[in-house]
Write a protein that binds this ligand. Structure first.
Ligand code: MN
Length: 311
């Protein structure tokens, strides 16, 4: 058997979590997104013993179309991260690494090699296939960040591999009005700040924010997109009902386009994502996410034959 990660995530998920949530017309300002569900990540480990919290991709939230997985890693204990994620494959989707603190080195079977440092990100389109490792470039200190998996439509699952390694200075940095909150935009646009990630089929919006002001920040998100807020630290209130969401929780947002979020009591850090749902069948086995079981079998066959990443 191969050393691939995430094999225990076998099976297909349900994207029904956001279905049937349209509010009656006139019930409330339709354009404001409300919190529809709050979930906590579950502690688990992956790779070679890296301890993390799985937020999307856990039994209660198999996926959140178009998002397939969200892992939160945050530890200053080297034992929790030092052995990293040795060589493992991916096919059929995109992996996004967001580093808040620490350094991680990526190496892959296509000859790419790079370090993601604190405040930076990497957007990797695995497409038809990649075999890579993700290893800490530090022996001590805090390592904190996220990994998010974004699905690809059937027409792009076998597309060529592509990387965007984005240092902190390449992300779009700014502040939100009226709140004095700092933003770092990876993909999509917020308040005129445009993230550097190239155009993607799911038209993603992805940013981190540090909220340091108890006035609400109002953020425009694309209507019709699936959207969530994950609270990395502190606590926030979201939406017209000021629904409280605490550290370590994900808030799944209902329809609308306006997102109101504030940090009523303390400096708080959030990750916000929105993406266009694909509404396609999902066949998922560990590091491969395709549309059919036959395509999953082909991915394993290609991997065993050593041609997973060949164009
Ligand atoms: Mn990986």
């Amino acid at each position: 058997m191969d050393p691939s990660r995430r094999l225990f995530l076998a099976g297909t998920g349900s994207a029904a979590i956001l279905a049937g949530c349209q509010k009656a017309p006139g019930f409330a300002p339709r354009s404001s997104r409300r919190v529809e569900q709050i979930l906590h990540g579950i502690p688990t480990s992956d790779g070679d013993g890296v301890r993390l919290h799985r937020v999307i991709g856990q039994p209660r939230l198999r996926n959140l179309d178009p998002f397939l997985l969200l892992d939160r890693f945050h530890s200053d204990d080297p034992d929790a991260y030092i052995r990293g994620f040795p060589d493992h494959p991916h096919r059929g989707f995109e992996t996004v690494t967001v580093m808040l603190e620490g350094r991680m080195r990526h190496r892959d079977s296509r000859g790419n090699d790079g370090v993601i440092g604190g405040g930076g990100a990497q957007w990797m389109t695995a497409g038809r296939g990649i075999i890579h490792s993700e290893m800490p470039e530090q022996e001590q200190g805090l390592m904190s960040g996220y990994q998010l998996w974004v699905n690809l439509p059937a027409s792009e699952k076998m597309c060529p591999q592509f990387y965007q390694d984005l240092g902190r200075e390449q992300l779009a940095q700014g502040t939100l009005t009226p709140a004095g909150s700092r933003l770092s935009v990876i993909a999509g646009a917020v308040d005129g700040l445009v993230g550097p990630v190239r155009e993607r089929p799911t038209e993603p919006l992805l940013f981190t924010a540090v909220l340091e002001d108890d006035r609400p920040a109002v953020i425009d998100t694309p209507e019709g997109h699936t959207a969530f807020v994950f609270v990395g630290s502190g606590d926030v209130e979201i939406g017209p009902d000021a629904t409280p969401v605490r550290e370590g929780a994900i808030a799944l947002l209902g329809p609308g386009h306006r997102l109101e979020v504030r940090a009523p009591t303390q400096r708080s850090e959030i990750l916000v994502a929105a993406g266009k749902p694909l509404r396609e069948p999902i066949a998922r086995y560990g590091p491969f996410v395709m549309n059919t079981e036959a395509e999953i079998r082909q991915a394993f066959a290609d991997y065993r034959a050593g041609v997973l990443d060949r164009t």
